[in-house]
Design a protein around this ligand. Structure first.
Ligand code: HEC
Length: 116
């Protein structure tokens, strides 16, 4: 476990707090809600920041586990649907090592058209 990652995550959590509160309000009964993309505040790839870093520590360019690279927009878009499934079923990130705010930010991005 990476302490620095936790510290950075805490800061990012504040950044996403308002956004997450909104998303959770759509369906508070599920840890990974079905997003209403017509009303959700969808982050852009360029805004994912620390949410993306939780995935790219294993899925970086050139060293992507399972051939999945998320470090560039084009690569990440190509696996957006697989990422939705992997996050929703809890297999990614492994061992759940990702704050809920980051998980939902990435999930919303991937499910709602994966804007650049
Ligand atoms: C600790 C390293 C690690 C982290 C962090 C991680 N992954 Fe993975 N990922 C893997 C490994 C290893 C596999 C291959 C797993 C398998 O085939 O069973 C994989 C497979 C995948 C796949 C292929 C489909 C699948 O489920 O096997 C996708 C898509 C994926 N990861 C997306 C993500 C996303 C999105 C994140 C961030 C939310 C993430 N991963 C975080 C290691 C990681």
């Amino acid at each position: 476990m990476n302490r620095e990652g936790f510290a950075i995550g805490a800061v990012a959590s504040l950044t996403f707090a308002a956004f997450v509160a909104f998303v959770e309000g759509c369906d508070p009964g599920e840890s990974v809600p079905t997003i209403d993309c017509s009303t959700a505040a969808v982050p852009r790839y360029s805004e994912l920041g620390e949410a993306l870093s939780y995935c790219t520590r294993c899925h970086g360019a050139g060293r992507g586990d399972a051939g999945v690279a998320l470090a560039t927009y084009d690569d990440a878009v190509s696996v957006a649907d697989e990422s939705v499934d992997a996050i929703a079923d809890g297999s990614m990130p492994p061992r759940g090592a990702m704050p809920e705010a980051q998980r939902q930010a990435f999930y919303t991005w991937a499910q709602c058209g994966a804007p650049e």
